[in-house]
Design a protein around this ligand. Structure first.
Ligand SMILES: [Zn+2]
Length: 384
C-alpha cells in the first residue's frame, strides 16, 4: 500500500459466478433479521431462488420459525429442487449466539428469543421432512450475521484467497467477523469479533452493550442520527432542519427513510424558531445534508469517520490482516467518510502491518447475508 491510499472498490450488487463455483452442491441460506428474513437456494454466490418476508411484529420463535420453514419450502419449489439435493442449511442471525451449540441467546431486535436451540429445531424439522427419502441428516449451521457475511466475502467475494481478513459492517450497529488462518475466530464462548464494541473513547458515552465510548456508540448509523438530534437539541441544527424540510418537500418522504435508525427526538428538540415538528433524522439524511455542505452534518460524519479510522488502526495492529472488508450502509457514504478514516489509518498505523493491508468495500452487496449463510455450509462441511 505504501503511500497510496488503500484500494477502494465499488460494491458489485450481482452474484459472482465462475468456474470454481459451478461444481458446488446447492445449499439453503437463511438470513434472519429484525425487519425481514430471507431464504434462498444457492450455489456458491449464485442465488437460484430467493424468498423474502417481513419479520413482522411477532418475532416469537414459535411463530417465526414455522414461517421460515414455509419460506424455505417455497425457495426449494422455485428452484425446482428438493431437500434431498441440498448439502445443508446455513442460518445467519443476529447474535449473541454460540455457533457450536447452535443456540441463539437474546438478540436485542428479536423480542421473545431466549436461548433458542435454533440448529436443533431446524435439524429436527428437516430430518422429519426427509424421512421417506431416507436421506442422511441434513446438517444445519448457525452463525452470527457479521461472521457469516465475512465468510461469504472470504469464500465468494472480495476476500477470496485472503486467509487473514477482517470484515467490518457498519449500519444500524457495527459488527465484525474475523478470519485468521482461514478460520472464523470464535473465542471461548463464541462471541469473539465484536469489533463494534472496542473502546475508541474511554470517556465516551454509555453504549447499549454496557461499555463506554464503543466504536458502535460513535460511528454507527444510529450514532450519526443521535448526534444530529443532539446538535438540533443544542440549537446548532437550524440549517440541518431547513435542509431536511426542503428534502421532505421534494421527496415522497417517510418510506424512504431508514426506520431502524429512527430516533424520535424528545420534547424540546427543536433548536429552530419554526414551530413545525422536528422530523425524524436518519444517518442517510445526515449524509445527504453533509453532501450538500451543511457544516454541522459534515462535522458529524467526519467525527464518525475518524472513530472508524481509529477502529481500523486497532484492527490492523491486533490482527495484521491482508484485507479489511467494509460492509453495511454507512460505508456507502463515499469519500466524505472514507477519506478521514483512511487518513487516520495512514497517520497512525505501524508501517509493517500497514503495508500488508488493503481496505476495500464489500462486494456481495445486499445479498451478503444470504451468500454468507450458504457459505457456512461449504465452510463447515469442509473443516469438520
Ligand atoms: Zn458497545
Amino acid at each position: 500500500m505504501s503511500e497510496e491510499t488503500p484500494v477502494m472498490r465499488a460494491p458489485l450488487a450481482g452474484a459472482l459466478t465462475n468456474n470454481d463455483t459451478q461444481n458446488l452442491p446447492v445449499v439453503i441460506g437463511v438470513d434472519l433479521g429484525g425487519t425481514q428474513f430471507r431464504t434462498a437456494v444457492l450455489r456458491g454466490a449464485e442465488l437460484i431462488s430467493r424468498v423474502a418476508q417481513h419479520t413482522g411484529e411477532d418475532t416469537a420463535p414459535e411463530h417465526l420459525i414455522p414461517r421460515i420453514f414455509n419460506a424455505i419450502q417455497q425457495a426449494l419449489d422455485e428452484a425446482r429442487t428438493t431437500l434431498e439435493q441440498v448439502a445443508g442449511i446455513g442460518i445467519a442471525t443476529p447474535g449473541p449466539l454460540d455457533h457450536r451449540t447452535g443456540i441463539v441467546y437474546d438478540p436485542p431486535n428479536m423480542p421473545g428469543w431466549d436461548r433458542v436451540p435454533l440448529r436443533d429445531i431446524f435439524e429436527q424439522h428437516f430430518s422429519l421432512a426427509s424421512k421417506e427419502g431416507n436421506a442422511a441428516q441434513l446438517r444445519v449451521f448457525v452463525e452470527n450475521d457479521a461472521n457469516a457475511a465475512g465468510l461469504g466475502e472470504y469464500l465468494f467475494g472480495i476476500g477470496r484467497g485472503c486467509s487473514n481478513m477482517v470484515y467490518l459492517t457498519i449500519s444500524t450497529g457495527i459488527g465484525g467477523g474475523v478470519i485468521v488462518d482461514g478460520k472464523i475466530v470464535e473465542g471461548a464462548s463464541g462471541t469473539a469479533g465484536e469489533l463494534g464494541h472496542m473502546t475508541i473513547d474511554r470517556n465516551g458515552g454509555r453504549c447499549r452493550c454496557g461499555n463506554y465510548g464503543c466504536l458502535e456508540y460513535l460511528a454507527s448509523g444510529t450514532a450519526i442520527a443521535r448526534y444530529a438530534n443532539e446538535a438540533i437539541a443544542a440549537g446548532q441544527g437550524v440549517e440541518l432542519l431547513e435542509f431536511i424540510r426542503a428534502l421532505q418537500q421534494h421527496t415522497q418522504e417517510g418510506n424512504e427513510l431508514e426506520p431502524s435508525t429512527h430516533e424520535a427526538p424528545g420534547p424540546g428538540h427543536t433548536g429552530s424558531s419554526s414551530d413545525l415538528e422536528v422530523p425524524y433524522i436518519t444517518a442517510r439524511i445526515v449524509s445527504q445534508a453533509a453532501q450538500a455542505g451543511i457544516p454541522v452534518a459534515r462535522a458529524i460524519i467526519t467525527n464518525a469517520a475518524e472513530a472508524i479510522g481509529v477502529g481500523l488502526v486497532n484492527i490492523i495492529h491486533i490482527f495484521n490482516p491482508q484485507v479489511i472488508i467494509l460492509g453495511g450502509g454507512v460505508t456507502q457514504m463515499g469519500p466524505m467518510l472514507m477519506e478521514p478514516a483512511l487518513r487516520i489509518v495512514q497517520e497512525r498505523t505501524m508501517k509493517v502491518p500497514l503495508d500488508a493491508v488493503r481496505i476495500v468495500l464489500a462486494e456481495l452487496g445486499g445479498n451478503a447475508g444470504l451468500v454468507g449463510a450458504g457459505a457456512l455450509v461449504y465452510h463447515y462441511t469442509q473443516t469438520q
